[in-house]
Design a protein around this ligand. Structure first.
Ligand SMILES: Nc1ncnc2c1ncn2[C@@H]1O[C@H](COP(=O)(O)OP(=O)(O)O)[C@@H](O)[C@H]1O
Ligand SMILES: [Mg+2]
Length: 251
């Protein structure tokens, strides 16, 4: 790519139609300075383009409603042997989202499930994917409320639209029958079309209890697990480790 073709690309990306169409005439008029002008315009449009991308990503991050901002760079892979860094970095290529596959993080509290889910979500916003983070409890409450207020189709459509939906903490709180039904409808709507990232502390065999219905639970799991990436994390809680270290240094 020459500096000129790069400049044309930048003008297109910034939608600067008038400047782009006038550019050849402008450079013809200033032939002896053309290379320096191209270079200067390139530098300026590069700056604007980077800022535009940053603003777009910030907007997507705001919409995503992450509970915190933590990235894969913040994750200490040496802390837990059961987490394969290469496997997670492969997920971070976002191939899974291109292929509309799901990710399920399974493990005890404090092992980093939410951190990894959020980190992948942030990575996705940087690549312009729409992302939304919700706890399972919040999601079910919103679906139940929408059902009561006769606007469930719209609400399901809303949650179905995100390229990546992160549903955090399945299994921490019980789910009522209507909530379980609506959850199933949402997962069915997204199945094969969008990616869902789940975190749970409950082994899949116990999901019948979580959803208060064995058949519904296996129908949900069928769809979620079809060609999904399952990351089982075992080991001690990162939270507890730091509590222990802090206590030691305080005492
Ligand atoms: N391997 C790790 N490296 C860095 N921070 C970690 C790691 N595992 C967990 N944490 C941190 O510990 C806290 C608990 O992790 P979290 O992802 O919320 O756990 P979980 O969702 O599995 O209960 C968070 O502040 C998280 O950033
Ligand atoms: Mg969590």
């Amino acid at each position: 790519m020459t500096e000129y073709t790069q400049l044309i690309n930048n003008l297109e990306a910034l939608d600067l139609v008038k400047i782009k169409s006038y550019l050849p005439e402008f450079l013809d008029k200033n032939k002896k300075d053309s290379t320096i002008l191209i270079s200067a315009l390139n530098e300026l449009t590069d700056l604007e383009l980077k800022d535009k991308m940053f603003r777009a990503s910030e907007n997507l991050i705001r919409t995503a409603a992450f509970p915190f901002r933590k990235t894969l760079e913040d994750f200490d892979f040496s802390f837990n042997d059961s987490i394969d860094k290469d496997y997670i970095m492969d997920l971070a290529t976002l191939r899974f989202a291109e292929d509309n596959k799901n990710i399920l993080f399974l493990g005890n509290p404090g092992v980093g499930k939410t951190h990894l889910a959020v980190a992948l979500g942030i990575k996705a916003t940087q690549c312009k994917y729409s992302v939304y983070f919700t706890t399972c409890h919040q999601l079910i409450s919103k679906l139940n409320k929408a059902q009561k207020e006769n606007r469930i189709d719209k609400q399901l459509q809303h949650f179905a639209q995100y390229k990546i939906l992160i549903i955090d903490e399945i299994g921490y709180l019980p789910i009522d029958r209507q909530g379980a039904n609506l959850f199933f409808q949402l997962i069915s709507k997204r199945y094969g079309k969008k990616s869902t990232i789940i975190t749970t502390n409950m082994p899949f065999g116990a999901w019948g209890d979580v959803f208060n219905d064995n058949i519904l639970a296996s129908a949900i799991l069928d769809r979620l697990l079809d060609q999904a990436y399952v990351v089982k994390i075992v080991g001690e809680s990162y939270r507890t480790k730091y509590l222990a270290v802090n206590k030691k240094s305080a005492g």
